[in-house]
Design a protein. Structure first.
Lengths: 358, 402
């Protein structure tokens, strides 16, 4: 009996709270741009928009599109995998013109919504429908290309002859970086007849070091410390926020160990670690999302897969910042040559994690 | 038994116990109701403060607070009112929102029951998460790898989920009974084992979806999915959750086994002296608790979350602990607490869509409600007029020293 009352009490409390504060809504302060009625929407995966990683970067792309086109943004964060269908339905109900979903986990919900709503355009980051759908644009990133350069750079800069990498979770968007990195080191070895070792990832066996999540910085630091103890003097953490632990380990070494960051230019997103960052492998999710949204605003949408490459700037090696003077000019030339060779197809990358063109 | 000091962790008199009169005051059920109500109101107040602090328009108005103080107040009232209105409408405003609330509540109820049942036997089952994951793995595997006729397929998939959870919970019960290993430690560790097991399985060809490199399983067969009610996401699993609650009530209050479980939970030493097998009670409780959590896992893969991913359990197994605490260890209480949390989850999604209030606010509301319910003294220190309710807070606190 008392439990029924509690239920009633809950309803009562909510009602009271609403009644007490239910003043009329204030006028929406949406920017009075030219395309104010155009709604660009985004659904995050369970990482949330504050993940300092791909959700956040994709959202930055949405914000950039809002700014440049004067459109209205609607975003929905997912707290669990259960929320994807709900959030997707809500976006359709909200009459969004374009819906961007972030991450492969949203593929099912996106495909379903896209087939049911042919008038709405969709874009999905880091995934692609198995069969192309006319109103879904997949946004893929061949970060193996820039990681290849990073591997070459690391091998050349290493004094111990050992470089280390570790990932967050063993999924293709993570292992693609590690594959490219390992292949870049191998390329350096064959070019220069050296034998620089990669610790933490065996791209032939597809096995290596993983922290198990993207959040635990302490674990990231431990993992990096392990690599350092084994002799690695350059660390390539591919683990989102958990990778920051790796940068802490590098910083604590007082100049003995340095690192290469991923996803964003580390000197901008994690500026406190800039002194140990030789470079970063950028993944241009913001630009890709912005372009996809703008193409819908401009009525130029197509469903062909976007693949970010070195050629179109969808992935790139970031500037060297504080290491600019320490990286030999000769090495810089070689890196540029590698970039040209990858673009021309002279260097082929074997990683199976690379997004396939549809 | 190294661990015989475990005393009744789950507080609360059994629901059918006659409400005992407080001396010269309200009956205890009314007091408890008032404490819960106050806890919810206080939580909404805390949430309101967070909304106000985080609102841009309020911040702007604060800039000229001296000149026009009413602007700040009205901006604050608007922000809070709009957010809570969206929360209430999203949870209860019509058939679809209600269906969504019930859908969200479904796994929470089963998970909460898994924790409640163990509570009543004097065990802290922190492992609902792991039991749920293993249940989801087995239910999911049977769901997508086997191809069977309707009804049979669903029944077998659900049974697989029950078995998966029961094994994972049973390990804990047997270890506790045989070796005295503390269930809190064992369940927490098994949570890690379960999530890493799932992550590993999702890299194997048996679980990976054909044509995809991502760690995501195929969708379970249509025959193995819970039938849904109309166009909503509400599925048959909800009815199963209610049946599970009735079963737990029957088990605890009407069966001989349940009497033993409660006796062991109340006083393990006395039960042993009375000739009951404490080890047997622990094992039974954990097997059944695990099966209940496994059912929650089955509901995730067969009901709403059709493919298996590493996020299949979300935080349901941990939210289940707070649901059980809020429900004070009783089946009916757990169902109501599960419904409240489900409503907050469903409403929270709408609140974020309509007012762009961050989703984490509902997590804060849930946490604060439980905090206040678990600490009636704290509520009473804020809401002075509440009459005294003896014992409950003390029992709750004592339980963790087991």
């Amino acid at each position: 009996m008392k439990k029924y009352l509690r239920g009633l009490a809950i309803v009562g409390a909510v009602t009271v709270a609403v009644a007490a504060c239910g003043s009329p809504p204030a006028e929406d302060s949406a920017a009075g741009g030219a395309n104010k009625d155009f709604k660009a929407c985004m659904v995050s995966d369970s990482g949330g928009f504050d993940d300092k990683s791909f959700n956040q970067t994709s959202y930055a792309g949405l914000q950039a599109a809002v700014k440049s086109k004067g459109i209205t943004e609607v975003k929905a964060e997912s707290k669990s995998d259960n929320d994807y269908p709900t959030n997707m339905t809500a976006m359709v109900t909200a009459k969004c013109n374009v819906i961007v979903s972030v991450g492969f986990k949203l593929e099912d919900a996106t495909d379903k919504a896209a087939k049911a709503n042919p008038d709405i355009k969709f874009a999905i980051v880091d995934s692609a429908p198995v069969q192309p759908i006319t109103n879904v644009k997949p946004l893929g990133f061949n970060t193996a290309q820039a990681s290849f350069q990073a591997g070459y750079l690391a091998a050349a800069m290493s004094t111990t002859g050992k470089v280390g990498t570790y990932g967050g979770i063993k999924i293709p968007p993570v292992t693609i970086f590690m594959d490219g990195f390992a292949e870049g080191v191998r390329y350096y070895n064959t070019q220069k007849s050296k034998s620089v070792q990669v610790l933490g990832w065996d791209d032939a066996k597809q096995s290596g070091l993983f922290t198990g999540d993207f959040e635990d910085k302490a674990k990231g630091q431990n993992t990096a410390q392990n690599l350092i103890t084994q002799g690695a003097d350059i660390i390539f953490p591919v683990a989102g926020p958990a990778g920051l632990g790796g940068l802490q380990a590098a910083k604590a070494s007082n100049g003995k160990v340095n690192a290469i960051w991923v996803d964003t230019d580390g000197c901008e997103s994690a500026a406190e670690f800039c002194s140990v960052l030789i470079s970063s492998v950028k993944k241009g999710m913001d630009v890709a999302v912005q372009n996809a949204i703008e193409s819908v605003v401009d009525n130029k949408f197509d469903n062909s897969q976007f693949i970010g490459t070195l050629e179109n700037g969808g992935t790139a090696l970031a500037p060297f910042h504080e290491f600019d003077s320490k990286v030999p000019a000769e090495l810089k030339t070689e890196l540029d040559q590698i970039k040209a060779d990858i673009i021309s197809g002279k260097i082929t990358i074997a990683s199976k994690a690379q997004p396939k063109a549809s | 038994m190294s661990n015989d000091t475990v005393t009744e962790p789950a507080p609360a008199p059994a629901p059918e116990a006659p409400a005992k009169k407080q001396r010269g005051g309200l009956p205890s059920w009314a007091v408890q109701g008032l404490v819960s109500l106050s806890a919810i109101v206080l939580a909404l107040v805390v949430g309101a403060i967070l909304i106000i602090v985080g609102d841009d328009q309020v911040k702007t108005a604060m800039g000229y607070f001296g000149a026009a103080p009413m602007d700040t107040i009205s901006a604050a009232a608007t922000a809070v009112g709009e957010a809570y209105k969206a929360l209430a409408v999203g949870a209860l405003g019509g058939l679809d929102p209600i269906a969504e609330s019930l859908t969200q509540a479904t796994p929470l109820i089963c998970g909460g029951l898994a924790v409640s049942l163990a509570f009543r036997t004097g065990l802290f089952n922190i492992g609902a998460q792991g039991q749920l994951i293993v249940g989801a793995i087995l239910a999911g595997y049977v769901g997508f790898a086997w191809h069977l006729p309707p009804v049979l397929h669903l029944v077998l998939a659900v049974i697989a989920g029950l078995i998966g959870g029961a094994i994972w919970g049973g390990i804990v019960g047997v270890l506790k009974a045989r070796t005295g290993a503390h269930e809190v430690i064992v369940t927490i560790m098994l949570n890690y084992v379960a999530i890493y097991l799932l992550q590993w399985l999702l890299t194997t060809t048996a679980f990976k979806r054909p044509g995809r490199e991502d760690p995501i399983s195929p969708v379970v067969d249509a025959n193995a999915q819970f039938p849904q009610f109309g166009d909503t996401r509400l599925h048959l699993g909800f009815i199963l959750a209610l049946l599970a609650a009735v079963f737990v009530w029957w088990l605890l209050n009407r069966s001989t086994v349940g009497f033993e479980l409660r006796a062991v939970g109340a006083n393990a030493d006395a039960s042993r002296t009375a000739g009951m097998s404490v080890g047997r009670a622990y094992t039974i409780a954990m097997v059944v608790a695990g099966a209940l959590a496994g059912l929650a896992g089955a509901q995730q893969v067969l009901g709403t979350d059709l493919p298996l991913t590493d996020g299949v359990a979300a935080s349901v197994g941990f939210d289940a602990i707070t649901v059980a605490l809020l429900g004070r260890g009783t089946p009916l209480g757990t169902v109501l607490a599960g419904l409240l949390f489900g409503a907050l989850n469903a409403g929270g999604l709408q609140m974020q869509l309509q007012t762009q209030t961050p989703l984490t606010l509902t997590t804060v509301l849930q946490a604060v409600i439980v905090l206040f319910v678990a600490a009636p003294a704290l509520v009473r220190s804020v809401v002075r007029f509440l009459p005294k309710e003896r014992g409950v807070g003390a029992v709750l606190a004592k339980g963790w020293n087991g």
